[in-house]
Design a binder for this molecule. Structure first.
Ligand code: FO1
Length: 394
């Protein structure tokens, strides 16, 4: 047996002066010298001992996924993540280990204050989807909604009316706004909402990308002149039909990654980029100072899933967002946005590039990418996990 090139210590715990510590020291030495070891017994006992770190070099560990970190936007991200949990539930390495965890770093650039309430659409879409409360047809908002509050607001002449908020959804925004008003952080509030939706029991941690309030604005330049509108006004009211010239994330200059975000990237076994909008979802998360650097520095392979299939966004208006950057809606154009840290890229067979179009250092795999139902989403997520595990071994 040969010591692999990329051994890694995950979540180091105090284990001084133990047999495991001595084993660890031996492994470190073997690792740095990259020499063959005579037996894998030490590695195996280190893996299963409680006070030792986990090594990627142990045989069984090669297929075990313990810490998965994903960056995510709204509907596409949430459906992929639900598929990921479905897939992980079938993997012994995940379900059997009480330390296993999926950490989701959610986009908060779509957040907006309406009627005095803080609305976080992408975080809520993830909460409702993973918690079983989502309106499946829409992909956002609650199932079995009523709209009494919105009706009353309309009767009062309160604006805006172009953003649909149901009664149950309003309760989320009321609770969130009250807690934020009491001085709690968005991370803390999101954790409380995640508990309501049973995420901890599913070994899921949902972290906002930042605790500071940020809001994506869209700069428009048309017959009405140059102006900036809130992302939601452009996306929902205008249907992204007015060409955007650029996106500006207000508050980003004061933003820092929320607690746990950088650690989740640095200590992950694998990092996944769901098929979320590469500009206003993943792109905004990447613009939080420190996050992109953490992705460049992590030992975990980063694998992404293309949000473009047959030259069209799987969902939403990613094409209009890419156009603002002067980029075509093509799977390989999206990959170029992640070129400095991504090692694996899943594309649909319709978008499979020629060998000569694949940048050095990137592994591209093709498989059907339409998330037509929950099983399809699980299969896509499974393919992303498999590719990441394969890259972890190389
Ligand atoms: N999307 C719409 O197209 N129309 C809406 O009225 C709308 C309301 C809404 C309310 C709460 C929420 O969490 C999401 C909502 N969305 C709505 C979705 C949202 O605008 C976008 O899809 C995301 O922000 C983009 O990821």
């Amino acid at each position: 047996m040969t010591v692999p090139k990329r051994c890694k210590q995950e979540r180091a715990r105090p284990f001084k002066n133990t047999v495991a510590a001595r084993t660890h020291k031996r492994q470190q030495w073997n690792y740095t010298r990259v020499i063959p070891v005579s037996s894998s017994r030490d590695l195996i006992s280190a893996r299963f001992s409680h006070d030792t770190p986990v090594w990627t070099c142990k045989k069984a560990c090669k297929t075990a996924v313990m810490h998965v970190t994903a960056l995510a936007g709204g509907v596409g991200g949430a459906r992929f993540l639900r598929g990921l949990l479905d897939h992980l539930a079938t993997r012994p390495g995940f379900t059997d280990d009480p330390d296993s965890q999926v950490t989701i770093i959610g986009n908060t650039g779509d957040d907006i204050t309406l009627f005095g309430l803080r609305v976080c659409p992408d975080l809520d879409t993830i909460l409702y989807t993973l918690g079983g409360g989502i309106h499946e047809g829409q992909g956002w908002g609650r199932a079995d909604e009523s709209f009494a509050v919105q009706g009353e607001l309309a009767a009062l002449g309160a604006q805006p009316q172009w953003f649909g908020l149901g009664d149950k959804d309003f309760a989320t925004h009321i609770a969130r706004s009250q807690w934020l008003g009491q001085g709690r952080t968005l991370s803390d509030v999101t954790a409380a909402l995640a508990t309501r939706w049973g995420l901890p029991e599913q070994r899921v941690r949902l972290l906002p990308m930042t605790d500071q309030p940020v809001e994506t604005h869209v700069v428009l330049d048309d017959a009405d002149g140059t102006r900036a509108v809130h992302f939601q006004e452009w996306w929902v009211r205008m249907g992204a039909a007015v060409p955007a010239t650029r996106f500006v994330v207000a508050g980003m200059d004061r933003a820092t990654p929320a607690p746990g975000v950088l650690d989740a990237l640095r200590t992950a076994d694998i990092v996944l980029l769901p098929p979320s909008n590469p500009v206003v979802s993943i792109g905004v998360i990447l613009s939080v100072p420190g996050i992109r650097d953490a992705l460049r520095g992590t030992l975990a392979p980063v694998v992404g899933v293309s949000p473009i299939v047959s030259g069209r966004p799987v969902r939403g208006h990613a094409d209009a967002c890419l156009a603002a950057l002067g980029m075509p809606a093509e799977a390989m154009s999206v990959a170029s946005l992640y070129a400095d840290f991504m090692r694996g890229w899943l594309v649909d067979p319709a978008d499979a590039p020629a060998e000569s179009e694949i940048p050095a250092g990137l592994v591209v795999r093709s498989r059907p990418l339409l998330m037509t139902d929950r099983a399809a989403a699980a299969a896509i997520a499974g393919a992303a996990v498999e590719l990441a595990l394969e890259l972890r071994r190389t």
